[in-house]
Design a protein. Structure first.
Length: 401
């Protein structure tokens, strides 16, 4: 199955004024320098397509949390510059003014066929997160066509995602998905709705509580669910084992007990423990029954790596959310890297492999596996909500096919 929403490929864009919500919420250094422009490059296919149709492209995005106030620390200026370099033409950034924090009026005068205007940070207005009809209506005045290409913001019903789409539709104009949105929805939706089997999900990371809805939603759909990372220790605790100083999500013990009854769910058979949460702390590999009371589990062990890797390599669809250990410390990144390697081999053997989740995506990129996965989602929170089976308001609001 694929996205059942119209996309920019389904409509006439020639010479039209097209308002596009993108996700340019990039990581930055203190001075504003962009440390990773993946989210900008991910929006290029849509932007280039619109330019090829001689559309007037008006882009908008949030950046950080300026909390409804104009704050130069959160200006989109570095993004306008970087985008200009990438597309090879100037990008006009509108000026924020107290009465018009996004610069909507200026955009109206500067938008012209074949050019790119970027509105200032949508979160300069408190009306954005409040999904205010006033802001949505003002934004809608910029649009002959509205395009949502911001998968990473699609789980939020904000003025620039959900509100404006509704008003554009009410005016009888198209509200459609961009190419990145389509790609994200095709990969994630395809895995959930019609996976090639075996379908394996790998869940890790820190908190069970955050991922309970994902486990509940995925378990009936997958053939195997592999649990690793800090989450695993609450499952051990639920099975009555000593977990020492390992992460424990006490509120989730009952849930884990129930889940352990399902044969599809697998927890690690061994783990790497250390006396302190420190890269240089002495490491020991122990079985699930051997965690010392004064130590904590910080990675999956070699037995688990072998077992999980075998299952992953035989899979035809793999979805991964959450690292297998504290990968930020190189000595405890071994399990996460091994799972990335197994997934890469699965991809090369013809499987569809998808990484969703901010930290897992960062780990995969950092370890050099980005090109060996079928898809790395640009939306951490959005991909998690999608895997939970929740509708994404920014997608729901778009025109049906
Ligand atoms: P994602 O962003 O991919 O969804 P999470 O945010 O749920 O992942 O979890 C990522 C965090 O989990 C990382 O910062 C990592 O250090 C932590 N983590 C993984 N394994 C452990 C562990 N055994 N003990 C403590 N923290 C862990
Ligand atoms: Mg995270």
């Amino acid at each position: 199955m694929s996205l059942n929403k119209k996309t920019i490929n389904d409509i006439d864009l020639a010479g039209k004024r097209v308002l596009v919500r993108v996700d340019f919420n990039v990581p930055q250094e203190d001075g504003g320098a962009i440390t990773d422009d993946k989210r900008i490059t991910a929006a290029l296919p849509t932007i280039r397509h619109l330019l090829s149709q001689n559309a007037a492209v008006i882009l908008m995005s949030h950046l950080g949390r300026p909390k409804g106030k104009i704050d130069p620390k959160f200006t989109l200026a570095p993004i306008a510059t970087r985008l200009g370099e990438l597309v090879g033409k100037p990008v006009v950034l509108t000026a924020a003014t107290p009465g018009d924090p996004l610069g909507i009026e200026e955009a109206k005068t500067k938008a012209a066929p074949g050019t790119i205007v970027l509105l200032e940070n949508t979160r300069y207005s408190e009306a954005e997160e409040a999904n205010s009809p006033e802001l949505s209506s003002q934004l809608a005045t910029l649009a002959d066509v509205y395009v949502n290409d911001a998968f990473g913001a699609a789980h939020r019903a904000h003025a620039s995602t959900e509100g404006v789409a509704q008003i554009v539709k009410q005016a009888g104009k198209p509200a459609v998905a961009g190419l990145l949105m389509q790609k994200e929805m095709d990969f994630l939706g395809g895995a959930l709705d019609d996976p090639k089997r075996p379908f394996v999900a790998i869940l890790g990371g820190a908190k069970v509580k955050d991922k309970i809805p994902v486990i509940e939603s995925l378990l009936p759909k997958v053939d195997t669910l592999l649990v690793g990372g800090g989450m695993a220790y609450t499952f051990y605790k639920a099975a009555g084992k000593e977990i020492g100083k390992s992460l424990l999500d006490a509120d989730s013990i009952e849930f884990c007990k129930e889940m352990l009854c399902d044969d599809k769910l697998m927890v690690p058979v061994d783990c790497v423990v250390a006396p302190d949460f420190d890269n240089d702390a002495p490491r020991t590999t122990v079985t699930v029954n051997g965690i010392p009371a004064d130590q904590e589990g910080l990675d999956i062990g070699p037995g688990t790596i072998a077992e999980f890797s075998e299952i992953i390599k035989k899979a035809k669809t793999v979805v991964w959310n959450g690292p297998m250990g504290v990968f930020e410390m190189p000595n405890f990144a071994v399990g996460t890297r091994a799972i990335a390697e197994a997934m890469a081999q699965a991809t090369e053997a013809g499987a569809t492999t998808i990484v969703g989740g901010g930290d897992s995506a960062a780990a995969v990129e950092q370890m050099g596996y980005a090109d060996r996965m079928s898809h790395i989602s640009t939306g951490g929170g959005a991909s998690l909500e999608f895997l939970e089976g929740k509708p994404l308001p920014g997608v729901v609001a778009l025109d049906d096919k």
